[in-house]
Design a protein around this ligand. Structure first.
Ligand SMILES: [Zn+2]
Length: 471
């Protein structure tokens, strides 16, 4: 009932399968795998455990979320065999049937915030408000496809790799198994069930003991931060616009591939093998798909910001301030949110990147540090630039209407999707934002202003020349 293999799972942070050393002190999951876990999950408790057993009690739901549940014993795994003449990959997701609806037997005002029920209600409220904003503002936002909410699943990811002994570097094992619980994250997922019916869900993973101790997220749970639930719902809105396009289906298959191969990059000792495998299998489409992921992230941030009335409440929020704040033109280290050739080269690089969350558990990584290979960071640059192009002043309603016009106009891209590379895709997306404004006002002054903004926020070469030279 819970998980089919996710076609698309987009999380708040990029994470992989661990850094190769062991995670927290009690991270053994249903598979019994200890290596590479992110942290030790700390789940909230239920306020009314007996209520959960009552089949007549109300299941928590509201707005577009038609069902909420919690569970443990879930896992998603990859088993990969790499042999000279034989390459096989098995992705499996198991429902351990330990899933239950979250029910309430009392008035919502009597539910404590620091319980599973209270955290669920907080997320329901934020998503409902964001959905009202969407339906009120977007031209075609009259209905929303329902989605479910999964709170604090004890969810284990594992990867098992078996490699031809001839490929293995000396002193390295030919069989590796890594895994651990996913913590400190939130995600939006899309899958199809056994009847081919589309399913959507939003997930809040537990906090980890390790990051909480380090004071990440100001010690808060991510469900307590309105921006987070609204960002995840922003992915849902993005899918409402894009789901029937070539771009979306191509993104799904690419995501599955990437999700399958990336964990290999974190497995110590076999880096050379997995790297060449990954590149061979991903092919040339990867830059374009990576850019779509970044655009999706940028839209989700922009949506969250607009749905909160232009105040994302992130100014004092340690791990999000500046880097993910829409109104901020610079990252924490002073770098401008401006997509240059250098930024794109770094984003598209095919070299391995580290896993910030796993590093944070293991080492003294700062939650403010960022990587240009992270689609959330490129997304933050795109969101900031699009926001500046779409509106000059603080007219939030105008900005919101134009944002939905812009995202709606991206659907056309489906037809010649396969012909563009990553930077051409970004050029296209930026040119659509420029078009939204110039269609309303094509005066010379406005066109000059738009060109200046493109030059300032998207100064990479390539396709952008068209926009710059058109005026
Ligand atoms: Zn996201």
């Amino acid at each position: 009932m819970f998980l089919q293999v996710w076609m698309l799972a987009i999380s708040l942070f990029s994470y992989g399968c661990g850094s190769g050393s062991s995670g927290g002190d009690d991270t053994t999951g249903p598979r019994g795998v200890r290596e590479g876990g992110l942290g030790t999950p700390v789940s909230l408790s239920l306020q009314d455990p007996t209520c959960q057993k009552s089949s007549t009690a109300l299941v928590l739901q509201d707005g577009p979320i038609d069902r909420s549940y919690t569970g443990e014993g879930l896992y998603q795994g990859l088993e990969l065999k790499i042999f000279k003449k034989h390459f096989s990959l098995l992705i499996e997701a198991k429902d351990q049937s330990n899933i239950s609806d979250i029910r309430v037997c009392r008035d919502r005002s009597g539910v404590r915030a620091d319980t599973v029920e209270g955290a669920t209600i907080k997320v329901l409220d934020d998503v409902k408000a964001a959905n009202q904003f969407y339906r009120k503002t977007a031209e075609n936002g009259s209905s929303t496809t329902p989605l479910s909410l999964n709170m604090f699943p004890l969810y284990e990811q594992y990867v098992k790799v078996e490699v031809d002994p001839d490929f293995v570097e000396e002193g390295q094992p030919s069989e590796i198994e890594q895994g651990g619980y996913v913590t400190d994250n939130a995600a939006w997922t899309y899958s199809t069930d056994e009847n081919g019916v589309d399913r959507y869900s939003m997930i809040f993973f537990p906090k980890s003991k390790e990051l909480a101790k380090k004071g990440w997220f100001n010690g808060k749970g991510l469900w307590e931060v309105p921006f987070v639930a609204r960002h995840e719902f922003g992915h849902h809105v993005f899918s409402e616009y894009m789901k029937n396009t070539d771009a979306f289906s191509s993104l799904s298959s690419w995501y599955r591939k990437k999700n399958s191969y990336l964990p290999l990059g974190t497995i110590s000792g076999n880096g050379a093998i997995e790297r060449s495998m990954l590149l061979a299998r991903m092919g040339t489409s990867s830059q374009r798909e990576a850019m779509w992921v970044a655009i999706n992230e940028g839209f989700a941030d922009l949506f969250a910001y607009l749905s909160m009335g232009g105040n994302d409440q992130l100014a004092d929020f340690s791990c999000f301030s500046k880097n993910r704040q829409l109104s901020e033109g610079k990252f924490h280290d002073g770098r401008y949110k401006s997509v240059t050739d250098l930024v794109l080269n770094e984003f598209f690089t095919e070299e391995e990147s580290s896993n910030p969350l796993a590093l944070a558990v293991e080492e003294e990584a700062s939650c403010q540090s960022y990587s240009l290979r992270d689609p959330h960071i490129i997304g933050a640059m795109i969101a900031h630039g699009i926001l500046k192009i779409l509106s000059d002043d603080d007219d939030l309603e105008e900005l919101s209407v134009r944002t939905f016009k812009w995202i709606s106009s991206l659907k056309d891209y489906g037809a010649n999707y396969s012909q563009k590379d990553g930077s051409e895709l970004l050029s296209y997306v930026v040119s659509k934002a420029v078009a939204v404004v110039s269609q309303e006002d094509d005066s010379a002054a406005t066109l000059i202003k738009l060109t200046d903004k493109v030059n300032k926020y998207f100064p990479f070469s390539g396709g952008m020349k068209e926009i710059r030279n058109s005026n």
